[in-house]
Design a protein around this ligand. Structure first.
Ligand code: PMV
Length: 302
C-alpha cells in the first residue's frame, strides 16, 4: 500500500505559479492506494463515491491515463483508494490521489521508489485537473511536514523547521471553484498590469520567506499576522470573495491570530490560526457563519 499526504497551503499560493516561493504543509491524513485484482485501468475511491477508468473521458479517467502514460505503464489491474481526506475541500485530494496511485504502481511493479518519477507522473495528472499547476500541491502530498517550494524543472523543495505547534481550523465556506479558471484569471490580470503584478508577486515571495522564519522561530503571533497580509495580497490579485473575506473577519473577531483563504480561492476554504485556548471559539464562530470545519495541528519538529 502506498501513502500520500493531504495538504494545506500556508503562504504564497498563486504567486508560486509565477515563480515566487510558497509554503505548504503535508497533513498526516491523506490517501492510501493499492493495486488490486479487478478490471484493468479502473480506479475506485469509495469515500469519494468515485469510480473511473483510465481514458474513459471523465476528468479523473483522463488524468489517470496521463499519469500511466508518464510512468510508461499499461494498467493490467485495478487500483483501490482509501481516502481519509474529503474531496473538493481544498485539502489537495487530486494531488494526493495522483501521488498515492503513482507510488502504488511503482511498488507493485517492483520498480524503485523513484521520487522524480512520482513527481512527474503527478504533474501529468494535475495538468488535467488544473491546467498550469506549479507542482506545490503534489510536492506537499509527497513530502509531509512543512515545505518551502519554488517552481522549476526540477522544483526546489526544502523542509521548514517548525519551532512551535501551529493549531489551525480549516473552514469550507463555499463550494470549491475551478483552480484552472482562477489561475488563468490571475495570469490575465498580470499580463494587463505586468509591473504592478510583478511587484505583488515579489511581495508574496518576501512574505513566504518571512513566514518560514517565523514558523521556524515558533513566532506564532507573527505567523498569524503574516497570514492576514497574505489574505490581503490574495484579495489584491482578485481571488478572494466576500464570503471568504467575511469568514476571515469572523475568525479574527473570535480571537484567531490570523486568517487567510487557502488554495485557489473564488470559493472553497479559509485557514485560521489560533492559540489552543481560543481554537474552540474560532471553530464555533466559523460554524455559526455556515462553514464546515476541521482541525489540523502542524506539530513542532522534534
Ligand atoms: O486549488 P488548490 O487548493 O489545489 O490550490 C492550487 C494552488 C495554486 O497556487 C492556486 C495553483 C498552483 O498550481 O500552485
Amino acid at each position: 500500500m502506498a501513502h500520500a499526504h493531504g495538504k494545506i497551503l500556508l503562504f504564497g499560493e498563486h504567486a508560486v505559479v509565477h515563480g515566487a516561493p510558497a509554503i505548504a504543509a503535508g497533513l498526516g491524513a491523506g490517501v492510501d492506494a493499492s493495486v488490486v485484482n479487478g478490471a484493468p485501468g479502473t480506479l475506485t475511491a469509495p469515500a469519494w463515491q468515485l469510480e473511473a477508468t483510465a481514458g474513459d473521458g471523465s476528468r479523473v479517467g483522463t488524468a489517470y491515463a496521463a499519469l500511466l502514460a508518464e510512468l510508461g505503464i499499461e494498467a493490467d489491474a485495478a487500483v483501490h483508494l482509501d481516502a481519509a481526506i474529503p474531496a473538493g475541500a481544498g485539502l489537495g485530494s487530486s494531488a494526493a490521489m495522483a501521488v498515492a496511485v503513482a507510488r502504488a504502481w511503482l511498488e507493485h511493479l517492483g520498480r524503485d521508489e523513484d521520487e522524480d518519477a512520482v513527481y512527474r507522473a503527478a504533474m501529468a495528472s494535475e495538468r488535467i485537473f488544473h491546467g498550469n499547476p506549479s507542482g506545490l500541491d503534489h510536492a506537499a502530498a509527497m513530502q509531509g511536514g512543512v515545505v518551502r517550494f519554488v517552481r522549476g524543472e526540477p522544483p526546489a523543495m526544502s523542509s521548514v523547521f517548525v519551532g512551535a505547534p501551529l493549531h489551525l481550523v480549516v473552514a469550507q465556506v463555499a463550494p470549491g471553484a475551478d483552480t484552472g479558471v482562477l489561475v488563468g484569471g490571475v495570469a490575465t490580470r498580470a499580463e494587463r498590469f505586468p509591473v504592478v503584478f510583478g511587484k505583488l508577486f515579489g511581495a508574496f515571495g518576501a512574505l513566504s520567506d518571512r513566514a518560514a522564519e517565523a514558523i521556524a522561530a515558533g513566532e506564532v503571533v507573527a505567523v498569524g499576522a503574516l497570514m492576514d497580509v497574505n489574505h490581503g495580497l490574495l484579495g489584491a490579485i482578485g481571488v478572494s470573495t466576500p464570503a471568504l473575506d467575511e469568514a476571515c473577519a469572523r475568525a479574527r473577531h473570535a480571537g484567531a491570530l490570523g486568517a487567510k483563504l487557502t488554495g485557489a480561492g473564488g470559493g472553497g476554504c479559509i485557514l485560521a490560526l489560533a492559540e489552543p485556548e481560543t481554537l474552540d471559539a474560532v471553530d464555533a464562530a466559523l460554524q455559526e457563519g455556515g462553514a464546515t470545519t476541521l482541525r489540523a495541528t502542524l506539530e513542532a519538529t522534534p
